[in-house]
Write a protein that binds this ligand. Sequence first.
Ligand code: C5P
Length: 219
Amino acid sequence: MGINIAIDGPAGAGKSTIAKKVAKELSFIYVDTGAMYRAMALYLLEKNIQGDEAIATACHDADISIRYENGEQQVILNGENVTAFLRREEVGNMASVSSANPEVRAHLLKLQRTLAKENDVVMDGRDIGTTILPDAEVKIFLTASPETRANRRYLELTEKGETCDMNEILKTIIERDVRDMNRAVSPLKQAEDAVLVDSSDMGIDEVVEKILSVYREKV
Ligand code: C5P
């Protein structure tokens, strides 16, 4: 049995950056479950599959697995490494829609639980502490204000040389929060036994240190 650290929270709270650093400090593997939902979304977009029923059937044809290259998670979709295509906005937005589908969630749950059983993991997502790993040794709910998250996303995109509109980003973030928090299956919510960390006014290292201190206290 591996030791499990679950980090949940809304889009743009800094989960992946923080989770990666925590994993490195502890020599655990980092599992990005959002990337699995994104790979599923990419599959559905490529096949032009829409509507709940069609998604529920088609999702079982998406064989998704992960492997690590130089410590970085790579997502394999039906034999192809699709990691480079997952961060696009349209893929993220589709992931937020298709992840509400119970069949999609059931399909990915098995992979996530197996990884956590066989390895020491820091796993991030929306329902890790509540549904996927209810017995995780450490649970963190990492959040930040929508404005802070939109600002971080704006900086990330402009650094990459992409033109973007701040109000548009904020609107998308709020829409995604509403979808993630209000879906019937595994909505985004803080597990009762999770420690709440609001990163709005915290630096990355400060958040990492906070999580490591929770880990040291509990394990
Ligand atoms: O975290 P990331 O932005 O990569 O996730 C993309 C989408 O996948 C989220 O908006 C959310 O709807 C979905 N997701 C989820 N459960 C997870 C991880 C991601 O529903 N454990």
